[in-house]
Design a protein around this ligand. Sequence first.
Ligand code: ASP
Length: 343
Amino acid sequence: MHRTILLVYTGGTIGMKQDPDTLALKPFNFNQILEEVPELRKFGCKIDTYSFDPLIDSSDVQPDFWIRLTSLIKENYEKYDGFVILHGTDTMSFTASALSFMFENLAKPVVLTGSQLPIGMLRTDGKENLISSIEIASAAGPDGRPMVPEVCIYFESQLYRGNRTTKYNAENFRAFRSANCPVLADVGIHIKYDRSLIRYPQDWDAPLRVFQNLDTNVAILKIFPGITPEVIDAILNMEGLRGVVLETFGSGNAPTADWFVERIKDAVHRGLVVLNVTQCHAGKVDMDAYATGVALKQEGVISGFDSTTEAAVTKMFFALGQSNSSDKVKELLQSNLRGEISI
Ligand code: ASP
């Protein structure tokens, strides 16, 4: 029996080609993907396509888009063995993180990919990204179950857990990095899956749940030497604000000046959930390591451990959407829900 894949095009560079007259990049009719990538005919699996209308540059991604995407996957969940989502690279890590939280009991692969050069260009990285993504989404393990039943990003011969990634290079073909979590698969002559790392469901038959209630009353507060009380006040006093991702220095450190600590303390006492993530690209928050971190912890700031900012923000949307109680939200944020933190 052929495996079946739903290939979804949402927009982004990968689905573009050069207009021969103007040389400008424009999206091609995705239903004609087989003409652009005839290699897809050689797959032993059945590939259906779905194209978003309108197509969006991923810089325009909003939570509504995640709701549409999760609904589409949910509606087609029984019909397909796996899903490949073509998405612009700019916010792909946010979408992958959001999707990972919005799905519970996911038992099928959802592989996001894209490219740095359009698929219609000679030196494109899009073809390999697309072809390997389909291969991964349709791969089965020795037990016949999907090999990678997670929300992942495949890019430039590496398969990442989606909620561990960050786009870190605007030009290089290797656009993503997953500094705190090894790759789920390395693609060379063979696709080498790391089955000890891939998350498999405890109950393969548990029904897929989709959480679409996202509360976006969240701000990112990135501290820097020279930050003023006015900046902090403007953010922490925003109307309706419920959560703050505090991007701190090193292992979770922030200024110890009274004016700073008092403002954070006041925010926490007002019920704001303040989640500490590091500005460093690798490593984790440890608020016990320095006095500058201890002060935050004492005021009720919670640790984001080794979370990326993308995962922290989208997890906050998800957690705030689950409960009005700050304690419950904090409990969710401190739990490893989808492999997004190493605890
Ligand atoms: N701006 C594009 C996007 O994110 C870039 C890309 O596709 O890689 O949609």
